[in-house]
Write a protein that binds this ligand. Structure first.
Ligand code: MN
Length: 240
């Protein structure tokens, strides 16, 4: 039995090679793959379900088609939290809460997008609380599509310039928060994306070793975590 985990594809019409690469992957999913987990930032931004999703129609069609043979799960990231449960359903994806616990074999795994672990970035956490509130979202949806698209572009540019200015450490996960999260949910492993710092970290807590697997982004290379039985296999492919 195989489960695949991906995140941070940031699909966008300006990078058609990544869209094509992902479409090819989904169209040719191995029949042994029982579930595919997309852990957020699947698309570059999403301003509401009336988003024109330029260049992505084929991808959502492929997902819909493949959802008959595989379970395809989606969790919100900080770019695509406006994708609704209805849209997921229509596209053949099952929307997961952040975080969600799954069981693979005898292992309990916590799935997250990863941004909630970055607790040192107070400014971002404040912004996150604001944009995740139903009142902010309903105000946002009252604006015209064009207005929302330009706002999304503005937020993206702002976040990019802040990212460049912020200390590297602030942008990564907080170690104590990782330990607290493992303890709180009583899991063996955390899988998340968001930080674009792919790695498998080992964390020792009271003589037991836990794992934190960080998924990579899809800018130059694809990044797929394959868990088959108890084995973790990282599969990277050159997109360009
Ligand atoms: Mn993210």
């Amino acid at each position: 039995m195989t489960a695949l985990f991906i995140s941070d594809l940031h699909l966008d019409k300006d990078r058609p090679q990544i869209i094509a690469y992902f479409k090819n992957l989904i169209d040719n999913l191995d029949p042994n793959v029982e579930s595919l987990y997309i852990l957020g930032d699947f698309v570059e931004f999403w301003v509401g379900d009336d988003d024109p999703a330029d260049g992505l129609t084929d991808v959502f069609d492929s997902i819909k088609k493949k959802s008959k043979e595989h379970s395809i799960f989606f969790m919100h990231g900080n770019r695509d939290f406006m994708i609704t449960k209805d849209f997921c359903k229509k596209s053949g994806m099952i929307l997961l809460d952040d975080p969600t616990i799954i069981k693979l074999g005898d292992k309990k795994i916590l799935l997250m997008h990863g941004d909630t672990l970055c607790t040192d970035d107070h400014e971002y956490q404040k912004f996150r609380t604001m944009v995740r509130s139903p009142s902010w979202q309903s105000e946002m949806l009252k604006k015209s599509l064009d207005e929302r698209i330009s706002l999304a572009k503005m937020y993206r540019a702002k976040s990019l310039s802040e990212t460049n200015a912020k200390n590297e450490i602030i942008m990564d996960v907080n170690q104590q928060e990782v330990i607290n999260t493992i303890k709180k949910y009583n899991v063996d492993m955390i899988i998340h994306g968001h930080t674009h710092r792919p790695n498998i970290h080992k964390i020792n807590i009271a003589d037991k070793v836990y794992k934190r697997v960080v998924l990579g982004d899809w800018y130059d290379k694809s990044f797929v975590l394959n868990i088959t039985d108890d084995k973790l296999i990282i599969d990277k492919g050159h997109i360009i």
